[in-house]
Write a protein of this length. Structure first.
Length: 60
């Protein structure tokens, strides 16, 4: 599961909460040089290309 958090009034964020379906890790990821538009489905689909820091499996 991937869920944007700390959404600004402009519907943007640089933090996501995730739960890995493989290893069960629950944590947040902060992107230093990336702004995610929560209204844009393309931005949200690109988050599914991120990997779990613990097991290396793609997040879903």
């Amino acid at each position: 599961m991937i869920k944007p958090i700390n959404i600004s009034p402009l519907n943007t964020t640089n933090k996501i909460y995730f739960e890995c379906s493989n290893c069960g890790m629950k944590d947040t990821l902060t992107f230093e040089n990336r702004i995610i538009n929560t209204d844009n489905e393309v931005d949200l689909k690109e988050l599914q290309k991120e990997m779990c820091p613990k097991c290396g499996r793609l997040l879903d």
